[in-house]
Design a protein around this ligand. Structure first.
Ligand code: COA
Length: 382
């Protein structure tokens, strides 16, 4: 296998982008990524997208998106793994370049969620229809059950979960591309509208539009395109049972643990080597579960990591410096690629007010459904 690097990135702002269509958002992100690397051709294109068919009635995104950027003819396909679609697109691009098959591969993600579809029903297609959705459960409902179990078994409080949202909004307020650029307080979270007990509105990631793209190349060619490449040191993916009822323990995310273990092993690192991480905080309980499964908090209790400042900017191991899904937004198919862009910018020293000084090793973790799929990437500066 060859060593692999990212040499270009592009991303739309996340939010309610009324004036931009699915194809336009993709083209904006993709052309920015190609332009940043000075590239006008590709060997392949992967487009992460959870549900273009149901959100805006558009499937068959591979050829459509290749044409949008003037690349008709290249092999191109949509990649779907629910909210982990973007991370899985990046994984396929990484594997294609590492294998020696291709040199210039664009990994992109795009989702248009605000055009009138029944978002809650579309998102629920990523849960188990027969054993969960037919009985009325929604995604906030699934994570609410995980939160409730965590509260019962581990003593986690509403305040502990609120602190994750407070921290991520603090970070997101510094991110010009974030959907919600405002700081919030614990009282704001606790006083926000109930969504699925015990989760409040400010415990939830929002409904978002957006696109993101990165250019993946062999490391030995990286300096043709940029003087500050970011190496992809390793990629790991895993699955777990779809339905919560089929899991041995709903307070633990086994696919996240396994995908992280595989990525760390491929990269030859330990969790203690990680300087900065983007993890899948679709609901605030998810960040607590993910950092625990990934071993990101050493001696610190993951439940208190946000409140204590351990995972905040300036802390021991900053998590979700972009604002995370909570504040930056969560256009589901785009999220995994946007996470990689935050780490790319951190490792290039380009994260502005969100910069983690001296960041050398970063990770991303992107999750599908209530944790049935997960993909982790490890990156290193230069
Ligand atoms: N965070 C912060 N503010 C939010 C928000 C969020 N998650 N969601 C909505 N808001 C704000 C809106 O901007 C709006 O503010 P305004 O009144 O000042 O304009 C207000 O809250 C009400 O927004 P609205 O769109 O009416 O909210 P809603 O009740 O329709 O939706 C949720 C709120 C939480 C139900 C919705 O965002 C949701 O379903 N989130 C989860 C998405 C999800 O499951 N993703 C997949 C994860 S696996």
């Amino acid at each position: 296998m060859r060593d692999v690097a990212i040499v270009g990135a592009g991303m739309t702002p996340f939010g309610e982008l009324w004036e931009s269509s699915l194809r336009q958002m993709f083209a904006d992100a993709a052309l920015e990524a190609l332009g940043s690397a000075g590239v006008d051709h590709l060997d392949a294109l992967y487009v992460g997208n959870m549900s273009g068919g149901q959100f805006v009635g558009q499937e068959h995104l591979g050829p459509m998106m290749a044409e949008q950027i003037g690349m008709s003819g290249v092999p191109a396909m949509r990649v779907e793994s629910a909210c982990a679609s973007g991370g899985m697109a990046l994984r396929l691009a990484y594997l294609e370049v590492a294998s020696g098959q291709s040199d210039l591969v664009l990994a992109a993600g795009v989702e248009k969620m605000t055009d009138g579809a029944d978002v809650t029903a579309v998102l629920a297609t990523a849960a188990d229809q027969e054993t969960e959705v037919y009985h009325g459960i929604t995604f906030p409902g699934l994570y609410a059950m995980m939160a409730r179990a965590h509260m019962e078994e581990r003593g986690t409080t509403l305040e502990d979960m609120a602190w994750v949202s407070v921290k991520n909004h603090r970070h997101g307020a510094l991110n010009p591309k974030a959907q919600y650029r405002r700081e919030i307080t614990v009282d704001d979270v606790l006083g926000s509208a109930p969504v699925a007990e015990p989760l409040r509105l400010l415990n939830c990631s929002p409904v978002s539009d957006g696109a993101a793209a990165v250019l993946v190349v062999p490391l030995d060619r990286a300096r043709e395109f940029t003087d500050r490449p970011v190496q992809v040191l390793g990629s790991g993916a895993a699955t777990a049972p779809m339905a919560l009822a089929d899991r041995a323990d709903v307070t633990r995310l086994e696919a996240v643990r396994l995908s992280a273990e595989r990525a760390y092993q491929a990269a030859g690192i330990r969790p203690s080597d990680i300087d900065v991480a983007e993890v899948h905080d679709c609901f605030s309980i998810a960040e607590i579960l993910c950092i625990e499964a990934m071993g990101l908090t050493d001696g610190c209790n993951p439940v208190q990591a946000a409140e204590s400042g351990y995972t905040a900017l300036g802390g021991t191991r900053p998590v979700n410096t972009s604002g995370g899904l909570k504040s930056k937004g969560h256009p589901v198919g785009a999220t995994g690629v946007a996470q990689a862009i935050e780490i790319y910018e951190q490792l290039r020293g380009e994260a502005g007010d969100r910069q983690v000084e001296g960041a050398d090793i970063g990770v991303t973790q992107n999750m599908g459904g209530s944790g049935a799929s997960s993909v982790v990437h490890v990156f290193r500066r230069g």
